[in-house]
Design a binder for this molecule. Structure first.
Ligand SMILES: NC(=O)CC[C@H](N)C(=O)O
Length: 232
């Protein structure tokens, strides 16, 4: 199985991801119920967007304790690929699989918009289909997407080139006006040091099917993955 998409109670972007990986890209994909404990058949695991466990306590705070998380840790330990999108990113920071935290948007409002992102590095399995520094348009929809980390962690992220995506203007400049939620450093997506775990607040699965309008800038992320797996 190439792709496994985890379903928590309250996930709502799981089927969108399956529509892309299985429907548009024709890749074997299965859904993973949150009580499963064996993911050894999945090359890439996706933690999708949504409102796992109703966002009670904090987004992702309860999903972190799901039975599936132990298998996900093992998946990561083996160097296999894991991506968390939006609520999935929140679960990854809550679980300590990525550093920092996603806190309430600075203006305390849910933001739903189509934004520009700058691809900070294209040497990862997720981003090889983009140009270095390319500006892409991808939607966001979240209430707790403000990336926060203490100064030392931010420095480490920069030193090890772990910032993968930043909110920017259409020219690719990183400015405060392009920051939808108050994220430090305009951070929209980060990876772990090894590069096999990616978390991002924007939704690439929502801009993958040209039929939906809005472009296909997200589709290349999934295509990059498929290509990376083919050459391994
Ligand atoms: N689209 C999503 O995954 C939303 C994430 C989360 N429920 C939030 O509001 O921040």
């Amino acid at each position: 199985m190439k792709f496994g998409v985890v379903v928590f109670p309250g996930s709502n972007c799981d089927r969108d991801v399956v529509t892309v990986t299985r429907g548009l890209l024709g890749q074997p994909t299965r859904m993973i119920w949150h009580t499963e404990t064996d993911l050894s058949d999945c090359e890439v695991v996706v933690l999708p967007g949504g409102f796992s466990y109703g966002d009670y306590l904090r987004c992702g705070a309860i999903a972190r304790f799901s039975p599936v998380m132990q298998a996900i840790r093992e998946h990561v330990r083996q160097g296999r690929l894991l991506i968390g999108i939006c609520n999935g990113f929140q679960v990854l920071t809550e679980a300590g699989l990525l550093p920092g935290a996603l806190v309430r948007n600075r203006n305390l409002q849910f933001v739903c918009d189509r934004l520009s992102l700058r691809v900070e590095r294209n040497d990862l399995p997720w981003t090889r289909g983009y140009r270095q520094g390319e500006v892409i348009a991808v939607p966001v929809a979240h209430g707790e997407g403000c990336y926060y980390a203490e100064e030392a962690t931010l420095q480490e992220l920069e030193e090890h080139r772990q910032v993968v995506l930043r909110y920017c203007n259409q020219e690719g400049e990183i400015d405060e006006a392009s920051n939808p939620n108050g994220s430090l450093g305009n951070i929209a997506g980060i990876c772990n040091r090894a590069g096999n775990v990616l978390g991002m607040m924007p939704h690439p699965e929502r801009v993958s099917d040209p039929l939906l309008g809005g472009g296909t800038d997200g589709r290349r992320l999934f295509e990059s993955l498929v290509e990376s797996l083919a050459v391994v």
